[in-house]
Write a new protein. Structure first.
Length: 397
């Protein structure tokens, strides 16, 4: 199998490691270290506060937003970088419900990432419990969108199983019922083609430390459909979302652009690291990424199912129905992942019994996939997962 995307030389991966966890934390692109060192020494170190102007720090959130827009099918000027993904979910959801004041249901599914649901619960409490968070099974979302639904809030790719929602189809279903659409792209940005502009979704959010390799805690992004940017509500009225931040007015006037979704002072070192990391995506076609991701995923599934009968596929069988990860259920999944990690095959675990493996064709090829299954087969055949040291849960799984 030829992988035209293979760019492993761009990443600072240990020589003998097979890294199947880019769906949780992407590896360090080599160009990041030098760029961050430059910022520390030549910008922060030498220019100090002058760097906000002389090094153009202030434009980083929108400049990087435009780079990410190209990867998720959004127009220039529709994405801005900011705080954590949870903060961006809150901003987008608050703006979304304000667009439908006569409706009282926020619809999501049981596969959504818990933090998104917690944010929704907190917003509902803040708004005086006038809204209801309704959860349905993923396959039932379209049928559940009725005239009471204000917002449909979904994560495109299920964080446990990799199940993939049809972004365009469900957005159109929401719009037919008069609801607003909010997508969380945490597990799809940089993993598969996303057509935000084509879908006409009102809002989207996403993180950048997974497939985009921005580093732990890298800033999140928020998308607002261009025709709504001036009218979308801004609950978090931070000073950098102001029309003229350095006028220091006591009354808030939102910027007439995507910059209104900025809140506080941006994390410059993290943004610089992300901007450098995104250089790895220069000239990359997301359709090609998807093609190779599917090829490697299919190979992984075939190899595991033919050699490791102890585990059961819990990702969708059909490639078009899953993102860029493959998950298997196993009663002793946590201990098995721990044993694999000790053999330098890095996956991760999600409760109660899911072993997750991210498929990232930029630094994985078919040899890596087969070798990873060699190790998994050994762990299962020799029951290495039974070792006492693998039974103790770490803080992060």
């Amino acid at each position: 199998m030829t992988n035209a995307l293979y760019r492993k030389e761009l990443f600072a991966l240990p020589r003998d490691m097979i890294y199947l966890d880019g769906n949780s934390l992407g590896p360090l692109p080599k160009m990041v270290s030098g760029r961050v060192e430059q910022v520390l020494k030549d910008e922060w170190g030498s220019l100090l506060i002058k760097a906000w102007n002389d090094a153009d720090w202030m434009s980083l959130p929108t400049r990087i937003g435009d780079k990410i827009a190209k990867l998720v099918g959004a127009p220039s000027g529709s994405i801005v970088m900011g705080e954590t993904l949870s903060i961006k979910v809150f901003q987008a959801l608050a703006a979304a419900v304000a667009l439908r004041p006569g409706r009282n249901v926020i619809l999501s599914d049981t596969g959504n990432f818990p933090s998104d649901l917690y944010i929704a619960e907190g917003l509902i409490e803040l708004l005086g419990n006038k809204y209801q968070l309704k959860l349905v099974e993923p396959d039932d979302v379209a049928l559940a969108i009725d005239q009471n639904v204000a917002v449909v809030m979904l994560t495109q790719v299920d964080y446990r199983t990799g199940r993939l929602h049809d972004l365009t189809e469900l957005t159109h279903a929401a719009h037919r019922a008069g609801a607003v659409m909010l997508w969380d792209l945490a597990h799809s940005a940089g993993a598969l083609p996303v057509q935000l502009q084509k879908s006409k979704a009102e809002f989207a959010v996403g993180c950048t430390y997974k497939y985009l390799n921005g580093g732990p805690g890298a800033p999140a992004f928020i998308y607002v459909r261009p025709d709504l940017i001036e009218t979308a509500n801004t609950v978090l009225k931070g000073w950098l979302g102001h029309e003229q931040p350095f006028s220091f007015d006591t009354d808030y006037r939102p910027a007439p652009s995507i910059e209104k979704m900025r809140v506080g002072t941006p994390s410059i070192i993290q943004l610089v690291a992300l901007e450098a990391a995104l250089e790895a995506w220069d000239g990359v076609d997301m359709e090609i990424v998807r093609k190779h991701s599917i090829e490697l995923s299919e190979l992984f599934i075939r190899q595991v199912e033919s050699r490791c009968p102890q585990v059961a596929l819990c990702s969708p069988r059909l490639a078009q129905n899953r993102g860029s990860q493959v998950s298997f259920r196993f009663e002793h999944g946590y201990a098995t992942i721990r044993a694999l990690i000790d053999q330098n095959v890095i996956g991760d675990f999600r409760a109660p019994d899911v072993m997750r493996f991210g498929i990232t064709p930029m630094y994985l090829d078919s040899n890596d996939i087969v070798a990873a299954v060699d190790h998994l087969e050994q762990v299962l055949r020799e029951k290495l997962w039974q070792r006492p040291e693998y039974q103790l849960r770490s803080a992060v799984t």
